[in-house]
Design a binder for this molecule. Structure first.
Ligand code: NOJ
Length: 495
């Protein structure tokens, strides 16, 4: 380093500084300013949404009720007593929303298909032509604008019929229903859709729906059975795609998990092993079976007979694995060992892990992005990765000033810093192929109703008017900046 300093004096200040910066960047000491040319040229940059959170039209054109339609109509489940009956009215405003994306300059859009719109009664009734048509129109409009559809099959929602008939994820019957739904979608849209995610955050569905009782069906039992059926349902859909569609449709299929980064609270062996254990329980729970054929040993050891076993037949289906891993990453948390369990903490010696955000347990910790991506890439054989969600919430109620909401400089800082740490993971060798901001527009934030706003565009829920926030302009400028260096893109080609 001292050699470098004396060399810089000889070169004059500006050149010297440049040399030092290059040196520091090369060895990973600091990150160069974020710019789009740090990503491969075929990298997908997009925004993400999900059907229940934006579509509305909850009973229009023969759509039936989903589990979320029913749940939000129960007293006291949603913070502001709201629901997704109308939401952002995207069902009627999809063209305008695509126009917003086009004006940003994104090349991909992640959305989900409402299962109860396409198959109102699951496999117990017919296919709904209006449901099929809605997503056909959406997909065609996207493609006309040069935007790749990135489709999630189940983003938390299930037709209520399946809940009523047999208890949805608690019953192995759902594997057949999910396989049928997936096939209807591959058949209808697979000629144009090249990116499929079977599930969004099944780890949250199982925990929140079947352990903590916060999401439908609001139970406090059997998260491991629900997860088991989701994992096998994924495998069933994979089997169908691989054997009947992938050759001719040439798309990729994967799964999306919620992934916080867990940092050991102290540099002790106990806290390190607690952090690893929680990662096994949160992420390995789904990825180990799909990639290595079985649950992590840590789960077997702790749960014993509570953890279901994969039959020989299931294992056969699991062999189809996945083509990519979707990472929804927002925050990091501390973990410490406490007795036989592990405990989450958000502070160390009275100092929070990062800046607090309005969402409970969400803190701004940009380094977590590099850590989680590197961990996933190393643990799962450098499987291709998409960052399927990343973004920042704003608290809002009737008294919030629209001007303040539009002036979201903290979101700009958040996105800039997380993307910067993502480039570090890419430089270290992670095969990251895309990044989606959550979300395009403010929308229905599950149990928080409309009190949390994640959008690049503000939505006035009375008039449904969309207005760009400062972050929309920032994202647009970032995406449209001239590429400083052309990068050969050998990675992101489809199979
Ligand atoms: C995860 C979920 O996939 C999405 O639906 C939700 O709105 C965001 N994260 C923010 O909480």
């Amino acid at each position: 380093m001292s050699k470098l300093l004396s060399c810089s004096k000889k070169m004059g200040n500006r050149k010297g500084l440049l040399l030092i910066t290059l040196f520091l960047n090369f060895f990973g000491f600091s990150s160069p300013k974020l710019d789009v040319s740090q990503f491969p040229s075929s990298f997908l940059f997009g925004t993400a949404t999900s059907s229940y959170q934006i579509e509305g039209a909850y009973l229009e054109d023969n759509k039936s009720l989903s589990n979320w339609d029913v749940f939000t109509h129960l007293q006291g489940k949603i913070e502001d007593g709201s629901n997704g009956d109308i939401a952002c009215d995207h069902y009627h405003m999809y063209k305008e929303d695509i126009e917003l994306m086009h004006s940003l300059g994104v090349n991909a859009y992640r959305f989900s298909i409402s299962w109860s719109r396409v198959l109102p009664r699951g496999r117990f009734g017919g296919i709904n032509p209006s449901g099929i048509q809605f997503y056909n129109k959406l997909i065609n409009e996207l493609l006309m604008r040069g935007i790749q559809p990135f489709v999630t099959l189940s983003h938390y929602d299930v037709p209520q019929e399946l809940e009523d008939q047999y208890g949805a994820w608690l019953n192995a019957e759902i594997q057949e229903d999910f396989g049928y739904f997936a096939e209807v979608c591959f058949e209808a849209y697979g000629d144009r859709v090249k990116y499929w995610a079977t599930f969004n955050e099944p780890n949250e569905v199982a925990k929140f729906g079947y352990e903590w009782g916060m999401y439908p069906p609001a139970l406090h039992s059997q998260p491991y059975v629900a997860a088991h059926n989701i994992i096998i349902s994924h495998a069933v859909a994979l089997h169908i795609y691989r054997t009947k569609y992938q050759d001719k449709q040439r798309g990729l299929i994967g799964i999306v998990l919620a992934m916080a980064w867990y940092e050991p609270l102290k540099e002790t062996a106990e806290d390190y092993s607690s952090a690893q254990s929680i990662i096994d329980f949160d992420i390995g729970w789904f990825l180990d079976p799909l990639i290595y054929g079985d649950y992590p040993n840590e789960m077997r050891r702790r749960l014993g007979p509570k953890l279901p076993k994969f039959s020989a037949k299931d294992k056969e289906k699991l062999q189809h694995g996945l083509d990519f891993i979707g990472i929804n990453h927002y925050t990091s948390l501390y973990v410490r060992s406490c007795g036989i369990s592990h405990c989450i903490a958000v502070e160390k010696d009275g100092i929070p892990i990062g800046k607090k955000t309005p969402m409970p347990y969400y803190y701004v910790v940009p380094e977590g992005m590099e850590k989680i991506v590197t961990y996933i890439s190393k643990t799962y054989n450098n499987t291709p990765i998409f960052i399927t969600e990343n973004g920042l919430s704003q608290k809002s109620d009737d008294s919030s000033s629209v001007e303040e909401l539009l002036n979201d400089t903290d979101r700009i800082e958040y996105l800039d810093s997380y993307l910067t740490f993502l480039t570090r993971a890419i430089r270290k060798g992670a095969d990251v192929r895309g990044y989606f901001v959550w979300s395009l527009i403010d929308n229905f934030e599950w149990i928080h109703g409309y009190t949390m706003r994640f959008g690049l565009y503000h939505v006035d829920y009375k008039t449904k008017k969309r207005t760009p926030k400062l972050s929309a302009k920032w994202f647009k400028d970032f995406l449209n900046a001239p590429r400083l260096q052309g990068r050969e893109d050998e990675k992101s080609k489809l199979i």
